[in-house]
Ligand binder design. Structure first.
Ligand code: GAR
Length: 209
């Protein structure tokens, strides 16, 4: 059984999709061992309670400094002894010490086709840029902002005249499925991280069997 730990800041629809996929057997060999949120009363916390997943709330606003917050976040994450950490709408950039504590074991979902539109409000960035196709990306986190090795991507066509909210919904639907696929691949030991030929970045190769 792979021990999954989710980090979330809000609604938690990706988190819920993952819980459902574990429950239905779509991800057969994984268990959600915990959820950490950085604020109180999130949708993600509600979902966790329904599924009896232990929750640790570490409210960012109660900490005098960022360092103090991240120290507690790291301690909390380690306490769950996760095999894989999942950023599920976690709206903070994890510091290098955190990333290095779980090398190649932190996944994230991002609502754009990276490397396009990293950072906050990716769907609005896509809207403002006027792209006709956007999508979502599941990647391993590294020390940059949405720069880590890409695991899976799904393109989403943007119908003419779509609002930011419509784009967000179209992408979100695909996010849920893509994240589950990526977690499944991880739990099947099918993800190989290696350097590209020019040794400039790590990339993910997916084993076929
Ligand atoms: C999702 O769209 C996710 O891709 C995005 O936040 C939303 C969380 O929704 N994450 C980022 O933008 C990370 N840079 P959810 O709480 O319903 O899963």
């Amino acid at each position: 059984m792979y021990r999954l730990l989710a980090l979330a800041s809000g609604r938690g629809s990706n988190f819920l999709a993952i819980l459902n996929a574990i429950e239905s057997g779509e991800i057969p060999n994984a268990k959600m061992v915990g959820l950490i949120t950085d604020r109180e009363n999130t949708g993600a916390e509600e979902h966790a309670k329904k599924y009896q997943v232990p929750v640790k709330v570490i409210p960012f606003k109660n900490y005098p400094t960022k360092d103090d917050f991240y120290q507690d976040l790291l301690l909390a994450a380690k306490s769950f002894e996760p095999d894989l950490i999942l950023g599920a709408g976690f709206m903070r950039i994890l510091p290098p010490e955190f990333i290095r504590s779980f090398p190649d074991r932190i996944m994230n979902i991002h609502p754009s086709l990276l490397p396009a539109f990293p950072g906050m409000n990716a769907q609005k960035q896509a809207y403002e840029y006027g792209v006709k196709v956007s999508g979502c990306t599941v990647h391993f986190m590294d020390e940059g902002v949405d720069t880590g090795p890409i695991i899976l991507q799904k393109a989403v066509e943007i119908p003419e005249g779509s609002s930011v909210e419509e784009i967000t919904q179209l992408i979100l639907k695909e996010e849920h499925q893509l994240y589950i696929k990526a977690i499944k691949l991880f739990c099947e030991n099918k993800l190989v991280i290696e350097y590209n030929t020019s040794k400039t970045r790590k990339i993910v190769r997916i084993k076929s069997s």
